[in-house]
Design a protein around this ligand. Structure first.
Ligand code: SAM
Ligand code: DTB
Ligand code: SF4
Length: 325
């Protein structure tokens, strides 16, 4: 049963379940809704890198931190199409274009992004964009151009959010998600663990996601990639089992959603990633770069798929269709 009325205590109890039990329970839920061997490959492309006016404490693209990521111009359409083609050829069914913007501004740049969306959609790829805050009108334009999913992470709990980001509020984030939903796009929203948040913060974060009705169709769980020059650049690496526990809890709460094992895979062994898949993760970002930081290359992931007996999901899942049944 899909619920959006989870109580905090219930979530805490799930999160605190002995891990060996929790992974088993999450796998049982996972098998009710998904093929346990199928993992979706998605490709990220930063179409507008760096120079962002925001102060997100984890982000290498914030102009105010000296991270070695230089501000670049918005990419040209043919270059984006070439990258999308290559992504498709390497087995990705979803293509996510990111821009280091605080918010979308109407004008030539937004129009070019809309062109990119149309072109990538025409290749038969599920299109995701992550462009910062959007108004209702902009969300409608993105939807009309062919955006299937809009990524906008709530990142963490409401109370911890202010310690990581000062230039916008949690409410701003939720408002954009409202606009996305109203426009008829699917929601991709998750967060980052390993930023110094407490277990209580993680519970609040998961509670918030699981209270959306309907749930976000896609839930990326990122492990912080500490980047030198950012305020969180010195954070210690998280224990991989915390990723497993967070993913398992997300799977228990949001059975139908695609749970994405997102940033941080370079720090996870194949065995740790296997536990994440057992716990209910069924998507990864493929290709040797995320937006600006490194990620396992296609060959490494091919080897992992083979070793674990995973199958590349050939068709992008469509939870919207599932909802209508
Ligand atoms: N500017 C847009 C925004 O903030 O929504 C889109 C791009 S932003 C880079 C997308 C997401 O990447 C962030 O919400 C954050 O969750 C994740 N992210 C950024 N830097 C990260 C890092 N160092 N480690 C893990 N995740 C990170
Ligand atoms: C998400 O939750 N993780 C992806 C995607 N959504 C856009 C981005 C991860 C970015 C990691 C840092 C970087 O490469 O710049
Ligand atoms: Fe800008 Fe997005 Fe990075 Fe925040 S996470 S600094 S909004 S690119």
């Amino acid at each position: 049963m899909i619920r959006s009325d989870w109580q905090r205590e219930e979530i805490r109890a799930i999160y605190d379940t002995p891990l060996i039990e929790l992974v088993f329970q999450a796998q049982q839920v996972h098998r009710q809704y998904h093929d346990p061997r199928a993992v979706q490959k998605c490709t990220l492309l930063s179409v507008k890198t760096g120079g962002c006016p925001e102060d997100c404490g984890y982000c290498p693209q914030a102009a105010r931190y000296h991270t070695g990521v230089d501000a670049q111009k918005l990419m040209d359409l043919p270059d984006v199409v070439a990258q999308a083609r290559a992504a498709k050829e390497s087995g990705s069914t979803r293509f996510c274009m990111g821009a280091a913007w605080r918010e979308v501004k109407d004008g030539a740049q937004f129009d070019r992004v809309l062109e990119m969306v149309k072109a990538v959609n025409d290749l038969g790829l599920q299109v995701c964009t992550t462009l910062g805050m959007v108004t209702e009108e902009q969300a409608a334009k993105l939807e009309a151009a062919g955006v299937y999913a809009y990524n906008h992470n709530i990142d963490t709990s409401e109370s911890f959010y202010g310690q990581v980001i000062g230039t916008r509020t949690y409410e701003d984030r939720l408002n954009t998600l409202k606009h996305v939903r109203k426009a008829g796009m699917t929601i991709c929203s998750g967060g980052i663990i390993g930023m110094g948040e407490t277990v209580e913060d993680r519970i609040d974060f998961l509670h918030r996601l699981a209270s959306f009705d309907p749930h976000p169709e896609s839930v990326p769980i990122n492990a912080l990639v500490p980047v030198e020059g950012t305020p969180l650049g010195d954070r210690p690496k998280i224990d991989p089992l915390e990723m497993v526990r967070t993913i398992a809890t997300a799977r228990m709460l949001m059975p139908r959603s695609v749970v994405r094992l997102s940033a941080g895979r370079l720090e996870l062994s194949i065995e740790a990633q296997m536990l994440c898949f057992m716990a209910g993760a069924n998507s990864i970002f493929a290709g040797d770069k995320l937006l600006t930081t490194p990620n396992p290359n296609v060959q490494t992931d091919d080897d992992m798929f083979r070793a674990l007996g995973l199958k590349v999901m050939e068709q992008a899942p469509d939870p919207r269709a599932a909802c209508k049944v």
